[in-house]
Design a protein around this ligand. Structure first.
Ligand SMILES: Nc1nc2c(ncn2[C@@H]2O[C@H](COP(=O)(O)OP(=O)(O)OP(=O)(O)O)[C@@H](O)[C@H]2O)c(=O)[nH]1
Ligand SMILES: [Zn+2]
Length: 290
């Protein structure tokens, strides 16, 4: 039987076969070969006790692997911000977008707390909606946007990312009644301890798909990349680079640069360009130091 490892706890792997969740030990060869089984791995198991216990016989090939939290076969990142309280940091939005795209993950950008929307955050939302395919405004404490978001989560393994207080736990509780994730009241210090000692678990979504109970991307260092690669993670830059005079234009000081023309006309907002320059500087100095 084939299944998905949804949790690794106290020496047991919990494997969801679609029919039941089996508590499994791994065959000795995994330890011998130093093969680590991660939450998110697809495995083949042999049933020992009907619908309850089994043994993991083999591990199927992984599509990818996140380090923190350790989880395999992630399809997409749900990047969550709020319209207000806290007001979104565009630098953090853009950083998370670059990190997700660099890992070849799909992105759903969520703006929560639509009940608190204001003209500035509305404008940000509209801009991202223009450049990305899946951007959704929701009220996790209500119904707005939940159906649209559900359609993006269906049949996929998703990981949440986003700053504190935007409503990530509230959202999981909203999507999975009974998940009972703690919201709000945990102090940042205790929480760090909690996240390092806790095991990541995939929560089954009632409409299909899974979502990790532990937010990812806590380390915000950009991955190593070539300077030219960065713009491929800014869709509106990437679309326009072919009109720049130089084929390898980085849009910094080069003449006849289409991206900077669009910045002049206001089609590309200043914050996007500034974030791009900040990241370009960051990966450039990384290159120098290595
Ligand atoms: N107005 C409003 N408040 C919300 C909404 N969703 C969540 N909140 C509130 O925002 C606060 C933070 O929500 P959490 O779910 O704890 O946020 P989080 O992202 O999990 O925060 P961390 O656990 O610190 O990472 C809580 O007081 C929630 O009740 C919403 O749609 N509208
Ligand atoms: Zn250019």
């Amino acid at each position: 039987m084939e299944g998905l490892v949804v949790k690794n706890y106290a020496g047991f792997y919990y494997v969801d076969t679609g029919k039941a969740i089996y508590m499994c030990k791994a065959r000795g060869k995994f330890k011998k070969d130093n093969l680590k089984i991660l939450t998110g791995d697809r495995v083949v198991i042999k049933e020992i006790v009907p619908n309850s216990e089994g043994v993991i016989e083999s591990l199927l090939p992984r599509k990818n692997e996140l380090i923190r939290p350790p989880i395999a076969n992630v399809d997409q990142v749900l990047i969550v911000f709020a319209f207000a309280d806290p007001f979104p940091s565009t630098e953090l939005i853009d950083r998370l977008l670059v990190m997700a795209f660099a890992l070849r993950l799909e992105v759903v950008l969520v703006f929560n707390k639509f009940d608190l929307v204001n003209p500035e955050s509305q404008k940000l939302f509209e801009y991202y909606k223009k450049i990305l395919p899946k951007v959704v405004a929701i009220t996790a404490r209500g119904d707005t946007g939940i159906e649209e978001l559900t359609s993006y989560l269906n049949q996929k393994i998703s990981v949440l990312a986003g700053p504190s207080g935007v409503g990530k736990s509230t959202l999981i509780n909203r999507l999975v009644p009974g998940a009972k994730l703690a919201t709000g009241e945990v102090s940042p210090k205790i929480k760090r301890g909690r996240h390092t000692t806790r095991h990541v678990e995939l929560i089954k979504l009632p409409f299909g798909g899974f979502i990790a109970d532990t937010p990812g991307f806590s380390n915000l260092t950009l991955p190593e990349m070539d300077k030219l690669e960065l713009q491929s993670y800014f869709p509106e830059f990437n679309q326009n680079r072919k009109y720049c005079y130089f084929p390898n234009c980085l849009h910094v000081k080069e003449p006849n640069c289409r991206v900077r023309e669009l910045l002049e006309t206001g089609e590309i907002p200043p914050f996007r360009y500034e974030n791009y320059l900040t990241f370009l500087e960051e990966i450039t100095s990384d290159e120098r130091s290595s």
